[in-house]
Design a binder for this molecule. Structure first.
Ligand code: FES
Length: 146
């Protein structure tokens, strides 16, 4: 059994230590907002926060987050400035990558509450979007940073 704290709740999960966090979140905890894209840490769809920093959950062994605080898209309040900005700027197109985009942006704002354009570009460059919402993602981050 592995003890986890996800979105402020404590869980005991029956998983092998090298099971990937993504699948524990989705299949054992039912938190399906975190998406599977590439499975290789390359696309950002599976991004969550671990102790406030962005982590690719598809390549993170569940044992690596023992005793740490995991936050998924479900754990960001609906009134979070990023969620409000995403709605106001109508960022999503198909929407699939957007939970990862928002969690990556949340990590950015944790580190840089008023990020520069280049800080946004470098933080977000690993989050791929096949619909090409990049420009709106950037506008929404600036709006959330207000
Ligand atoms: Fe994890 Fe692509 S699914 S980075």
């Amino acid at each position: 059994m592995i003890s986890l704290t996800v979105n402020g709740k404590k869980y005991q999960v029956d998983a092998a230590p090298d099971s990937k966090l993504l699948w524990v979140l989705r299949e054992q905890l039912g938190l399906t907002g975190t998406k599977f894209g590439c499975g290789e840490g390359m696309c950002g769809a599976c991004t969550v926060l671990v102790d406030g920093k962005a982590r690719r959950s598809c390549v993170t062994p569940v044992s690596a987050v023992k005793g740490k605080k995991v936050v998924t898209i479900e754990g960001l309040p609906e009134s979070h400035p990023l969620k409000l900005a995403w709605i106001a700027e109508q960022v999503p197109q198909c929407g699939y990558c957007q939970p990862g985009q928002i969690m990556q942006a949340a990590a950015l704002l944790n580190e840089h509450p008023k990020p520069t354009e280049s800080e946004i570009d470098s933080a977000m460059s690993g989050c791929l979007c096949r619909c090409g919402t990049y420009q709106r993602v950037k506008i929404a981050i600036n709006r959330a940073a207000g």
